[in-house]
Design a protein around this ligand. Structure first.
Ligand SMILES: *Cc1c(COP(=O)(O)O)cnc(C)c1O
Length: 383
């Protein structure tokens, strides 16, 4: 039977899933090379680490051995390692096939149809997509016009709406701004027992050395409020391809519920081995953070010279707007072999997020952008 000959199956689909938009997971290097016959690709659309996976991780993987048995469903060795590193209870940790997996499990474990779930806009797409798929009603706290967290708005919505969950990424993806210690304490002081705070700290390692970046985990632990703190090995640890992230859950009963809904073997054997080796490699992490700091500063300056003003960022990316519709700009950049992320959330149709890459990739992005924006400038002159 051809696809056409089937009757509509829409009535079979969960009604919340039927209404979902498509998640844009970005383009692959292979896909782009084939489409535009470019031989070099600057993949700056997914906030990946420009440094390859560290050699100590690759070595550990090569020694990991046979794959015929299921992995340890409890991630015991990795659990112990992270519990020690963060001084949290082993039972408070839940592991995921990337932290995206944890966002999905949190949504399934805690949301009843019709529950309110709050987040920030602009925001990481999955903080809206997974709750919506579970029938949540989204409550949105927009950022200020300067694209900073609007703490007054956030705390007042927390008090008036009493959402079941509050997802917040700090540093923010896509903007890069972060909550201060006072901001975190303000949020904690205004959250009722009816709300579970979910702090997504995917860019923690990049932010942690920056001025004014608070110890969010310590503040959350000290508050005595229920919370989730999410971290990932995808970004600063160069392991995006392997899929491993974790969450700290307090009280630990929250973690027990998570374990009931997750798939039992959601973290594969290789990911567990690689994560342990990666967490031991301070050299790779140090190099990553150092490079990001220098290269982000340079890209910021280069953008400013083109008349583009990126927002201050503590992550490995910059967010900015131009006079071009973001999808048009991103499509034109593809022809130069440059992948960026056109934001396109309502109100952000002219915004783009670019990751900090290797020197030559950043350079290719800047020269390509200069040539495109130059075209706009010229066409304005011609008119
Ligand atoms: C990249 C990112 C993630 C996803 O990380 P994975 O562990 O690769 O699934 C989660 N949250 C935010 C805010 C991110 O930017």
């Amino acid at each position: 039977m051809t696809e056409k000959e089937y009757l509509s199956i829409d009535h079979l689909v969960n009604r919340y899933v039927a209404k979902l938009g498509k998640y844009n997971a970005g383009l692959s290097i292979e896909g782009l090379k084939a489409r535009f016959q470019v031989d070099r690709v600057a993949k700056l659309g997914s906030n990946e680490n420009p440094f390859p996976t560290s050699s100590s991780v690759m070595k550990a993987l090569s020694r990991a051995g046979d794959l015929s048995h299921y992995p340890d469903a409890n991630c015991s060795l990795l659990r112990k390692k992270i519990a020690d590193k963060l001084t949290v209870a082993e039972e408070s940790l839940v592991f995921g096939n990337g932290s995206e997996d944890l966002i999905s499990i949190i949504s399934r474990a805690f949301i009843n149809e019709g529950d309110k779930v709050m987040t920030i806009v602009p925001s990481f797409g999955l903080h809206i997509l997974y709750p919506t798929a579970c029938g949540a009603k989204m409550v949105i706290a927009p950022m200020t016009s300067q694209l900073e967290f609007d703490i007054e708005r956030i705390t007042s919505l927390l008090r008036s709406e009493k959402p079941k969950l509050f997802f917040i990424a700090s540093p923010s993806n896509p903007v890069g701004c972060s909550l201060s210690q006072d901001d975190v304490n303000d949020i904690l002081a205004n959250v009722s027992e009816q709300t579970l705070l979910v702090f997504d700290e995917a860019y923690y390692e990049y932010a942690q050395g920056e001025l004014d970046y608070p110890d969010v985990l310590a503040l959350l632990k000290a508050s005595g409020k229920p919370f989730v703190l999410l971290r990932t090995l995808s970004k600063a640890y160069s392991l995006a391809g392997l899929r491993i992230g974790y969450g700290v859950f307090y009280p630990v009963t929250l973690a027990e519920y998570m374990n009931k809904v997750r798939t039992p073997f959601n973290v594969n054997r290789q990911a567990q081995v690689a994560a342990i080796a990666a967490l031991d490699d301070d050299n790779h992490l140090g190099k990553t953070i150092h490079w990001n700091h220098i290269a982000r500063k340079k890209m910021q300056q280069d953008l400013k010279r083109l008349g583009v003003s990126p927002y201050e960022s503590k992550g490995n990316f910059l967010f900015f707007s131009t006079s071009w519709l973001a999808t048009d700009l991103a499509d034109e950049l593809l022809k130069f072999g440059v992948i960026v992320k056109p934001w396109m959330e309502p109100g952000y149709e002219y915004f783009v997020r670019v990751s900090i890459g290797k020197a030559e990739d950043n350079q290719l992005f800047i020269t390509s952008l200069a040539s495109l924006l130059g075209r706009t400038a010229l066409s304005h002159v011609n008119q």
